[in-house]
Design a protein around this ligand. Structure first.
Ligand code: ZN
Length: 201
């Protein structure tokens, strides 16, 4: 159910923002939306929170530019939703994410290897609240997914949505984030279109 909603002016345009949750649970997610959402093929992104990439402009990852570009894409099309999920560190939480980052830094290993060395699964994300949020918004059952992550596609399919198409966002990232994306392509089986991603020198 929708818990709270308002309109937010941003550098990427004006959006309707809402929090969503279920009865008796303190867990929330946020939707950032524009326009009519009931038309087949409307764009959606399931976005995992990353305070370092989004708020601190960290050079390690592409989360900040990816979120901003997704908002620009929704604004350009005039409709769509970003479901913002509080899933720091692929659902492990900020404490374990930082511990993993420290292992990466010291041992020169990648984020998946760091999680393995901490005894964690590679990915702990749960997308059920995204289903609640999309239902709250009356979102179309046939969607266009703004993501290259196969896990997000299958999450949407498990929630009962048909992903009629999927595309990668185009943006610029740091050299380190570019290297991180290259690693994710190998380790996480992301289908990245590197023609669309440029890096800053
Ligand atoms: Zn990030």
């Amino acid at each position: 159910m929708i818990i709270a909603t308002t309109v937010l002016e941003t550098a990427q345009g004006e959006f309707s923002v809402s929090t969503h949750g279920t009865e008796g649970s303190p867990e929330r997610c946020l939707t950032i939306s524009q326009g009519y959402l009931g038309a087949a093929g409307t764009v959606v992104r399931l976005h995992s929170s990353c305070i370092f990439g989004e708020a601190l402009s960290a050079c390690d990852c592409d989360c900040g530019p990816q979120l901003a570009t997704a908002m620009q894409e929704v604004d350009k099309r005039g409709s769509g939703t970003i479901v913002y999920l509080y899933q720091e560190g692929r659902g492990a939480g900020l404490d374990l994410k930082i511990q993993g980052m420290e292992r990466q830094r010291i041992k020169g290993i990648n984020s998946y290897q760091a999680y393995e060395s901490l005894g964690l699964p590679r990915d702990m994300r749960d997308y059920s609240l995204a289903g609640t949020a999309l239902a709250d918004l009356g979102f179309a059952k046939t969607v266009t997914l703004m993501s290259n992550n196969p896990t997000k596609r299958s999450a949407l399919e498990r929630l009962g949505y048909v992903v009629e198409s999927q595309f990668a966002l185009s943006y610029t990232v740091s050299q380190r984030a570019y290297d991180y994306l290259k690693m994710k392509q190998v380790e996480g089986e992301h289908s990245l279109d590197f023609d669309k991603i440029d890096f800053v020198h």
